[in-house]
Design a protein around this ligand. Structure first.
Ligand SMILES: [Fe+2]
Length: 260
């Protein structure tokens, strides 16, 4: 009989950022992060037997991990169609015999089932029009839609859609762990400190930086990421000081994006 452990209280990662690896062990579905290329991040989301690879550029590391943990990689998917996220897909498909799930298919089905566990798929256009995010219980694989401390470029040119996508992500529980498509923490905290110089949380977040585990919580993001804090009084004040449009939240977000 399978016993499912439900945890309703999320750890406050800002005060104890190292608690998450232990917390991850308590879940039925786990997530493992893989670094590749310059600062890309890919993931295996796995139940005790079955895994799905998302942005599987770290082909050899992913296969080694799956073998060591007796995991069958059943599906391979991507957060969006940029080359650096897709580059491992073909090789991983050949080596594992897994099924490829296109973004279009995932968007239509809005979920992906691994054993009995459901990973929700949300369409988050903006960085690219095909961007999707993968949400399961307490974590979100956010691709290049949301990083830790910054967000992606709006390559689609559709600012309105990107803003809506971010607003949607902000409706998720504050304890949601953000697993991004790149490690941009040091770079993003430099920009954030420039935009919000009195924010002590930025230095605190940077102090906990661990290149072997790149993540934040949504709660962290609301404290340190200037590109989602379009309703923060300090940032509104900063925009007004610079004579940038700040009347509505969309205007403020667009003004913040000029500093991206
Ligand atoms: Fe991208």
């Amino acid at each position: 009989m399978k016993i499912k452990l439900k945890i309703d209280v999320f750890p406050d990662l800002f005060s104890d950022i190292n608690s998450y690896p232990l917390y991850n062990l308590l879940l039925i579905m786990r997530i493992k992060q893989f670094r590749y290329s310059q600062n890309n991040l890919g993931y295996l989301v796995y139940s005790p037997q079955t895994a799905v690879a998302v942005d599987g550029g770290a082909v050899d590391d992913i296969i080694t991990f799956a073998d060591r943990n007796s995991l069958k990689i059943k599906y391979i998917a991507n957060t969006h169609n940029h080359y650096d996220h897709m580059e491992g897909t073909e090789s991983l498909l050949k080596k594992t015999g897994a099924e490829y799930l296109s973004n279009l298919k995932l968007r239509k089905e809005q979920s992906l089932t691994v054993d009995d566990e459901v990973i929700k798929i949300y369409h988050t256009p903006g960085h690219t029009m095909d961007s999707i995010v993968f949400h399961h219980e307490n974590f979100l694989i956010s691709g290049d839609t949301l990083f830790n401390g910054t967000i992606g470029n709006c390559y689609s040119g559709d600012m309105e859609s990107y803003f809506k996508s971010l607003k949607f992500i902000l409706t998720l529980p504050p304890g949601t762990i953000i697993y991004p498509g790149h490690d941009l923490i040091k770079y993003s905290m430099g920009i954030a400190a420039n935009m919000d110089p009195d924010n002590e949380r930025i230095e605190l977040f940077l102090k906990n930086y661990d290149p072997n585990h790149i993540f934040s919580s949504l709660k962290d993001e609301l404290r340190i990421n200037p590109f989602i804090r379009f309703n923060d009084p300090h940032l509104i004040e900063m925009l007004k000081d610079r004579d940038l449009p700040a009347a509505t939240e969309f205007e403020r977000w667009k003004s913040l994006m000029t500093m991206h």
